[in-house]
Design a protein around this ligand. Structure first.
Ligand SMILES: Cc1cc2nc3c(=O)[nH]c(=O)nc-3n(C[C@H](O)[C@H](O)[C@H](O)COP(=O)(O)OP(=O)(O)OC[C@H]3O[C@@H](n4cnc5c(N)ncnc54)[C@H](O)[C@@H]3O)c2cc1C
Ligand SMILES: *[C@@H]1O[C@H](CO)[C@@H](O)[C@H](O)[C@H]1NC(C)=O
Ligand SMILES: *[C@@H]1O[C@H](CO)[C@@H](O)[C@H](O)[C@H]1NC(C)=O
Length: 387
């Protein structure tokens, strides 16, 4: 005879972090667990210091460390020329498939189909060798077309467009959180001192996922500062990125659902400054707004007119949780130190260090976390396989 549901032995998987990585991992774990038959219910508990809901310009403020609130964000593939980039390309493909599904079935979620344009002043080998075929195979995105010389601004030597996705980051994160809660997910606000502390949050924690972004003192982790401007431009219909010879970047990311347009942005590894600075804002706007006439079919005729039509809603600084070698994705097992109890092992799956690509690789990382998690849950929860 089985006990009523609320008296049954229960198990908990803790996910640390309510950024894009923690949210997608929590949802993916939740849906995989619900598809399987377990001898005891396993619930997913999301634990984080900071939570979604941020509107640039409104008073609620998040720390610069909560990268997911400050991302543009667009899907912008990078040619897969190294082992790390090949791995990220596979994750990106997985995320692209999920975004395509969401745009169709949950069109309010904060993801929008958008044309993407790339301008390169000094393309490396990877970009120069890229073809329509290799691009579409690597990314799962369609619509690739090289732009002709007459279509591109001065100084650009390689340019192409493709069909991609833009994400209203805070809105999308809120959407994922609402979905998690609706499906029975549990949450807890907490500033953890170590991932091992997570094992003490409930009696029955069997696994912890560390999606803490920058993590807890990994010497390979470092912040990459990003300053951007949230503007009220409303006629931008494409996301445009320009990589300049001097290593600087200029991009426009339309943020749908009344989010204005992001004019960016800096990439400053190891820079810990949390405040936006005015010279950077001026530089971003003057470079970004010259991209704009190419990016839309709206009423502005030139950059000067665009500048007159543009109001700064907020200056934004975020820290991309970067890690040498990319995302750490592995299981760590350690004895848990609990003085008055039987010795026990704790298992953590690490999933932090997504750097500047957290959104575009999210669902790929989450699938790998689930692949790592399921065999670990099997002995404890006696998963009997799919129903
Ligand atoms: C300006 C800018 C532009 C960007 N543009 C893009 C883009 O176009 N496309 C893209 O894919 N990515 C982009 N990114 C990168 C993207 O924002 C990050 O890769 C992503 O947000 C990382 O997500 P995360 O979940 O790993 O970490 P975070 O979003 O930092 O979340 C970490 C979570 O862990 C919690 N946490 C951390 N430590 C603790 C602790 N000790 N106890 C409890 N909780 C804790 C935090 O409170 C938070 O909930 C951009 C970033 C910036 C700054
Ligand atoms: C999470 O990852 C960080 C990497 O910075 C690591 O040092 C730490 O041990 C992990 N923390 C938790 C809570 O798992
Ligand atoms: C943005 O602000 C500028 C300057 O205040 C204004 O002229 C313009 O109409 C605004 N645009 C929109 C779409 O509201």
């Amino acid at each position: 005879m089985s006990l009523p549901r609320d008296q049954q032995a229960h198990s908990t998987v803790v996910v640390i972090g309510a950024g894009i990585i923690g949210l997608t991992c929590a949802l993916q774990l939740q849906s995989e667990l619900s598809r399987r038959k377990t001898t005891r219910p396993i619930s997913v508990l999301l634990v984080a210091r900071e939570w979604p809901s941020s509107i640039p310009g409104a008073p609620a403020r998040h720390s610069t460390d909560y990268a997911s609130m400050w991302a543009g964000a667009h899907v912008r593939p990078i040619p897969a020329t190294t082992p790390q980039l090949r791995c990220e390309a596979a994750w990106l493909r997985r995320a692209v498939a999920e975004f395509a599904r969401q745009v169709d079935v949950e069109p309010w979620c904060g993801v929008t189909r958008t044309p993407g344009v790339e301008y390169l002043e000094a393309p490396d080998q990877g970009y120069r060798q890229q073809t329509k075929d290799s691009f579409e195979r690597e990314t799962g995105l369609g619509g690739y077309r090289k732009l002709g010389a007459a279509e591109v601004p001065e100084g650009v030597v390689l340019a192409y467009e493709y069909d991609t996705f833009c994400i209203n980051s805070p809105a999308y994160c809120e959407h994922l959180l609402r979905k998690f809660l609706l499906q029975g997910g549990k949450t807890l606000q907490r500033d953890l001192k170590s991932e091992w502390e997570a094992f003490t949050l409930r009696e029955d924690v069997i696994l912890v996922v560390n999606a803490s972004g920058a993590g807890f003192g990994d010497p390979k982790s470092f912040p990459t500062r990003g300053q951007t401007v949230v503007s009220n431009l409303s006629h931008v219909t494409k996301t445009v990125t320009r990589q300049n010879k001097d290593g600087s970047w200029s991009f426009l990311i339309p943020r749908f659902l009344n989010g204005g347009t992001i004019v960016g942005g800096t990439k400053e590894p190891g820079d810990w400054r949390t405040e936006p600075d005015v010279p950077t804002r001026e530089r971003l706007l003057s470079a970004g707004l010259t991209l704009e006439p190419y990016a839309h079919d709206g009423p502005a005729r030139d950059a000067a007119e665009t500048a007159r039509n543009c109001k700064v809603i907020a200056d934004v600084v975020g820290r991309r949780p970067t890690r040498e070698g990319g995302v750490r994705l592995e299981v760590e097992e350690r004895p848990l130190v609990r003085l008055d109890q039987e010795p026990a092992k704790g298992r953590v799956i690490h999933a932090y260090g997504a750097g500047g690509r957290g959104y575009e690789i999210s669902w790929g990382v989450a699938s790998e976390v689930v692949d790592l998690a399921m065999p670990l849950l099997a002995p404890e929860a006696q998963i009997k396989g799919k129903l």
